[in-house]
Design a protein around this ligand. Sequence first.
Ligand SMILES: CC(C)(COP(=O)(O)OP(=O)(O)OC[C@H]1O[C@@H](n2cnc3c(N)ncnc32)[C@H](O)[C@@H]1OP(=O)(O)O)[C@@H](O)C(=O)NCCC(=O)NCCS
Length: 171
Amino acid sequence: MTSYLVEKGCILYCHGARHDIYPNPATGQKQPTPGIMILYRDSTAGITAEQLQGFFEGWPNPPSPETHLKLLANSDKVVLAIDEESGKVVGFITAITDGVLSAYISFLEVLPAYRGRGIGRELVRRMLEKLAGLYAVDLLCDPDLQPFYERFGMRRASGMSLRNYLFQSGS
Ligand SMILES: CC(C)(COP(=O)(O)OP(=O)(O)OC[C@H]1O[C@@H](n2cnc3c(N)ncnc32)[C@H](O)[C@@H]1OP(=O)(O)O)[C@@H](O)C(=O)NCCC(=O)NCCS
């Protein structure tokens, strides 16, 4: 993990402890650039709806920031990525679990401006760490994202889903 972070370049804070410095890879440039400091948290304590802007990209009827906060707080497991400078939440992952055998990773999203910096990967890594010991960890994703999840040892599977778009905003 450390070598990835050094290679990609950013400043990563994990539970408040500084880990590594690496440049923004969005341009493909390897030389150091001012880093973005990301703090990872596994609780919504102290988080406000104002910190939750810009998520649910492309959803026709997205949840409001207030509903998003409720969704995060009600999930069994959550990891948030926070831009330490602005205090904004820039990425999140949630899971629901029976705590015995199975868990379902329900949402993962990183704000567009923060993508390609390893934040999504770190969110998944931390969530899988939380779910370690369970028999089954499942999620649904588009085929182009399957290679992303395969890096964590996940395998392709078939599934079924039901979507009621009347309730997409959660309110
Ligand atoms: C998927 C998502 C969370 C990845 O976040 P991110 O912070 O950009 O991911 P990372 O920087 O950790 O990327 C890790 C690797 O996955 C790859 N990857 C990221 N998004 C990808 C995508 N949509 N398709 C294919 N590969 C992707 C990256 O290229 C990167 O590979 P590299 O290490 O070889 O450069 C982000 O693109 C996103 O929020 N997308 C919209 C919501 C979404 O699709 N969520 C997933 C629902 S299952």
